[in-house]
Design a protein around this ligand. Structure first.
Ligand SMILES: Cc1cc2nc3c(=O)[nH]c(=O)nc-3n(C[C@H](O)[C@H](O)[C@H](O)COP(=O)(O)OP(=O)(O)OC[C@H]3O[C@@H](n4cnc5c(N)ncnc54)[C@H](O)[C@@H]3O)c2cc1C
Ligand code: FES
Ligand code: FES
Length: 486
C-alpha cells in the first residue's frame, strides 16, 4: 500500500455529477472523457481513490439512473440491469434455479455489505481477472450492451475483457445491459472459488456450464478467474469433455488440461505454482457439481414464476429532475434523516458519510476501522440496507434514511433485544466492532427471523473482531432470533 494513503478521508478533490438521464450521462462522459470516472456502487472506485490509485477530476454517479436496475426473465433468457446489486442477483430464486453458477458466484463474493452495495456492472467493468461474476457470465456466454454517443453496440463478454483492468469499454460509453441466453434443457452450472479467507478476492475460481443427455456431456463451457490476465475459457479442456461419458477421472483429466491452459502469476494472494495446481481440483469439483445439477436441475419452465420479477436493488431510487453538478471544493446542501431526525448539511463532493455522521453529527457509534470496506465497523443502514459508511459519498446519500447503532434503542433509551443478547452472551470485549456487528445482525434478523449458525457466520463474514472471537457473537444473535425447532 502507498505509504501516504490515509483511508480515513478522500484526499482528492473532484467535481461530483449526478446525471438525470442516460443521455445526459453519455453526454457528460463524452465531454469529460478519461478525466471522469463512473461510480455505480462505488466499492471499487472509492477504494481506488482512497488508495490514490486514481484521481478523477469528475465523478459521475450513475447509481440512480432509471431503467438500469433489475432482472427481466424472457423466453430468450435473462436480462440483467448493470446496476443490479450482487445481493439481488444472488437472492433471485430464478437465478438460483436456472443460472445456479451465477448465483453461487454472487454468494461467494466479498462480504454481505459489499454484495449489497456492489453492482454486477461494476464487477464486469472494473476488468479484474478476479471479478467473481465474470467466470460465470463467460461460461453462460453473456452478451453485453454498451451505450455511447453513437448509440448501442453488443458484444460477447469474451471480447470485452482485454487485460487486467482493461476492457473494450470506451471512455464515453456505459454498460447498459447484460444478457444471458436461455440454457438448453439438461443444463447444469456451478461456480467454485478458493480464497485466503471467506471475504476475499479469489486465489483462483472456476465456473462450468454443462449440457447433459443421459450419461453424455453434450457440451461444456469452462471459465477461470484469477489465473490469467483476464478471466478466460479453457477451450482445450472443453473439447476433451464434449461428447464424452462423464466420470470423475475425466473431470480430473480436464483439470490437468485446464491447468496447462491458464497462465497464473505470483501475487499477494497466491503463487503461480499453487494456482496451477489448484485449478486441477477446482475443475474437477465444478464439473462434478454442474454435472449433478444438469441431471436434476428444474428447468426454467418448472420454476415458480413470481408475478413481479425480483428486481430489488436498494438505494437506487430518487431520480433527479436535472443533472446535479457540485464543483470541487464547493458544497452542496443535502438532507439526511438519521435515526428518525432530519438534518440539512452542506457537504463537499469528497466528504464521506462516515465522517459526516461521526464528526458533524456527533454520532460516534459507527466506527472507523480500516476505511477500505474490509472490517465492517462502519456499517449503517441506508434506506434499510446495510452499507459501509466509509465508502459512501455523503453527497450521494442526499434524501436517504440512515440508521446508526444509536438508533437501535427504544424511545426511552431501552436497549433492543439484540443489544441485550450481546450483553447476556458477553459478545464483546473492547466493543469496537460491536456497532457494525449489531447493524448487520439486526438486518439478518429482519430477513431471517430464525437464522442458522451458517446464516449468522455468512452475514458476518465482512465484520472483523480482533478480541472476542465469533463464538459468543454468534450465540448472542442466535438467542435473539425467533425460537424454532432446531
Ligand atoms: C472489501 C471488498 C471485498 C470485495 N470482494 C470482492 C469479491 O469477493 N469478488 C469480487 O469480484 N469483487 C470484490 N470486490 C470488488 C467490488 O466490490 C466489485 O467489483 C463490485 O461489483 C464493483 O461494483 P460497484 O458498483 O461498487 O463498482 P464501482 O466502484 O462503482 O465501479 C467499478 C468500475 O466500473 C466502472 N463502472 C461501474 N458501472 C459501470 C457501468 N454501468 N458502465 C460503465 N462503467 C461502469 C466504474 O467506472 C469503475 O471503473 C470487493 C471490494 C471490497 C471493497
Ligand atoms: S471502516 Fe468501513 S469497512 Fe472498515
Ligand atoms: S470486541 Fe474488540 S474488536 Fe470485537
Amino acid at each position: 500500500m502507498n505509504q501516504m494513503t490515509n483511508s480515513h478521508i478522500l484526499v482528492n478533490e473532484f467535481d461530483y455529477l449526478e446525471p438525470a438521464s442516460l443521455d445526459e450521462a453519455i453526454a457528460l462522459l463524452k465531454q469529460y472523457g478519461d478525466r471522469a470516472q463512473v461510480a455505480a456502487g462505488g466499492t471499487n472506485l472509492v477504494i481506488w481513490m482512497k488508495m490514490e490509485q486514481c484521481a478523477p477530476a469528475y465523478v459521475i454517479n450513475v447509481g440512480k439512473l432509471p431503467g438500469l436496475t433489475g432482472l427481466s426473465f424472457q423466453d430468450e433468457g435473462l436480462r440483467v440491469g448493470p446496476l443490479t446489486t450482487i445481493r439481488a442477483l444472488r437472492n433471485a430464486p430464478r437465478v438460483q434455479a436456472t443460472y445456479t453458477g451465477l448465483a453461487e458466484a454472487c454468494a461467494a463474493f466479498g462480504s454481505a455489505q459489499i454484495q449489497m452495495m456492489g453492482t454486477v456492472g461494476g464487477n464486469v467493468c472494473n476488468g479484474s481477472p478476479a471479478s467473481d461474476t465474470v467466470p460465470a457470465l463467460l461460461a453462460f456466454d453473456a452478451q453485453l450492451t454498451l451505450t455511447g454517443p453513437a448509440g448501442k453496440r453488443n458484444l460477447p463478454i469474451a471480447d470485452f475483457l482485454l487485460g487486467p483492468g482493461q476492457t473494450a469499454l470506451q471512455p464515453d460509453e456505459l454498460l447498459t445491459g447484460i444478457h444471458l441466453p436461455q440454457p438448453q434443457p439438461g443444463t447444469g452450472s456451478a461456480f467454485v472459488k478458493i480464497s485466503r479467507v471467506a471475504a476475499d478476492l479469489a486465489k483462483a475460481s472456476a465456473a462450468a456450464v454443462i449440457v447433459r443427455r443421459g450419461d453424455e456431456i453434450v457440451a461444456c463451457r469452462l471459465a477461470f478467474g484469477s489465473v490469467s490476465p483476464t478471466v478466460l475459457r479453457a477451450h482445450r479442456a472443453e473439447q476433451l469433455l464434449a461428447g464424452q461419458t462423464f466420470s470423475a477421472e475425466l473431470a480430473l483429466e480436464a483439470g490437468q488440461v485446464a491447468s496447462e491452459e491458464v497462465t497464473p502469476i505470483d501475487d499477494v494472494r497466491s503463487t503461480a505454482r499453487y494456482r496451477r495446481q489448484v485449478i486441477r481440483a477446482l475443475t474437477h469439483d465444478v464439473l462434478q457439481l454442474a454435472w449433478e445439477r444438469a441431471g436434476s436441475q428444474a428447468q426454467d419452465s418448472e420454476v415458480e414464476k413470481p408475478k413481479t420479477p425480483p428486481t430489488t436493488a436498494p438505494g437506487h431510487q430518487g431520480v433527479l429532475a436535472k443533472t446535479l453538478h457540485v464543483a470541487h471544493g464547493e458544497t452542496h446542501e443535502i438532507e439526511l434523516t438519521v435515526n428518525g431526525r432530519r438534518h440539512r448539511l452542506a457537504v463537499r463532493p469528497n466528504e464521506l458519510l462516515l465522517n459526516v455522521l461521526r464528526e458533524r453529527l456527533g454520532l460516534t457509534g459507527s466506527k472507523y476501522g480500516c476505511g477500505l470496506g474490509e472490517c465492517g465497523a462502519c456499517t449503517v443502514h441506508l434506506d434499510g440496507q446495510p452499507a459501509l459508511a466509509c465508502l459512501v459519498l455523503a453527497v450521494a446519500a442526499d434524501g436517504r434514511e440512515v440508521l446508526t447503532v444509536e438508533g437501535l434503542q427504544g424511545p426511552n433509551g431501552e436497549l433492543s433485544p439484540l443489544q441485550q443478547a450481546f450483553i447476556e452472551h458477553n459478545a464483546f470485549q473492547c466493543g469496537y466492532c460491536t456497532p457494525g456487528m449489531l447493524m448487520m445482525t439486526q438486518k439478518l434478523l429482519e430477513e431471517i427471523p430464525a437464522p442458522s449458525e451458517d446464516d449468522v457466520r455468512d452475514y458476518l463474514k465482512g465484520n472483523r473482531c480482533r478480541c472476542t472471537g465469533f463464538a459468543s457473537i454468534v450465540r448472542a444473535v442466535l438467542s435473539a432470533g425467533r425460537p424454532v425447532d432446531r
